[in-house]
Write a protein that binds this ligand. Structure first.
Ligand SMILES: NC(=O)c1ccc[n+]([C@@H]2O[C@H](COP(=O)([O-])OP(=O)(O)OC[C@H]3O[C@@H](n4cnc5c(N)ncnc54)[C@H](O)[C@@H]3O)[C@@H](O)[C@H]2O)c1
Length: 256
């Protein structure tokens, strides 16, 4: 595909948590539509391997070690990405983490980690990148939330709270940035078969079975299921769409 004529040709996309899982699949899709992709992840070696593999399939991809919980790191990595790949036009906040446990059995240390990665991480990356988009009066910000934010999810109380916070934050940011022609939208994944799901529910596999039964399509999502919705929000096709929340979850959530 000629990047100059494809849907995301000439764009630079930052994808957090892109070393594996949904982030990796999103990066592969955005690259296949012509974007140069910054594979940002706390797992530096895995990010390098992912970027290598994407380059072998013809993508323009580079790996950057990034811990989204640090604002200073988010700002420094953004600076490097702009110098190495060019102006960032697309930000995908995808990095996330969870540990399934009942709220009454959980404690402040776990809450802090869950909040730092899932909510503070989004704030850090938006705060580092949005001003640059604002100065250029152009940009797309998409955050990966969860159906847990919309309907709740037993054993994921703090995580669900963070994912709901992302929705309120994104709607507000969408209002603040609309005058700069920056679109801010949210994609809510449902239970999706990734390492995170398997690790978070280790020892609670029965919960995965019951979640699957609750999905009208009667299967877990795959990382590839989510990429089309993200690519749409990242493209000019969504230029007049902002502050929206779209579930990609086999019908688990049918919000009005
Ligand atoms: N898998 C599911 O069922 C599911 C459901 C709803 C939403 N989500 C959300 O989708 C997103 C992707 O999840 P996934 O299932 O692909 O998980 P995953 O674990 O396969 O991938 C997440 C990536 O984020 C990275 N990461 C973790 N902490 C980080 C940090 N501090 N800084 C930078 N990178 C960090 C990990 O190294 C990993 O590569 C997450 O936001 C997750 O909350 C997942």
């Amino acid at each position: 595909m000629n990047p100059g004529t494809s849907r995301l040709g000439g764009k630079v996309a930052v994808i957090t948590g892109a070393a594996r899982g949904m982030g990796r699949a999103i990066a592969a899709r955005l690259a296949s539509e012509g974007a140069a992709v910054a594979i940002c992840d706390i797992q530096a070696e895995l990010a390098e391997r992912t970027a290598d593999e994407l380059r072998q399939s013809g993508a323009q991809a580079a790996a950057f070690k990034l811990d989204v919980t640090s604002f200073d790191e988010a700002a420094a990595v953004t600076d490097r990405i702009e110098r190495e790949l060019g102006p960032v036009g697309i930000l995908i906040n995808n990095a996330g983490w969870d540990k399934a446990e009942l709220f009454v059995e959980s404690g402040p240390q776990t809450w802090d980690t869950v909040i730092a990665i899932n909510y503070r991480g989004v704030l850090n990356c938006c705060r580092a990148i949005a001003p640059l988009m604002q100065a250029r009066a152009s940009g797309k910000i998409i955050s990966i939330s969860s159906d847990a934010a919309r309907v709740g999810s037993s054993t994921e109380a703090v995580y669900a709270g963070c994912k709901a916070a992302i929705i309120g934050f994104s709607k507000t940011l969408a209002r603040e940035l609309a005058r700069y022609r920056i679109n801010v939208n949210v994609v809510c994944a449902g239970p999706t078969d990734t390492a995170l799901l398997r690790e978070a529910f280790a020892g609670r596999e029965k919960m995965i079975e019951s979640l699957t039964r609750a999905i009208p399509f009667r299967r877990l999502g795959t990382p590839e299921d989510i990429v089309g919705a993200v690519a749409f929000f990242a493209s000019a096709d969504a230029d007049f769409v902002t502050g929206q929340v779209l579930s990609v979850s086999g019908g688990l959530t049918m919000a009005g």
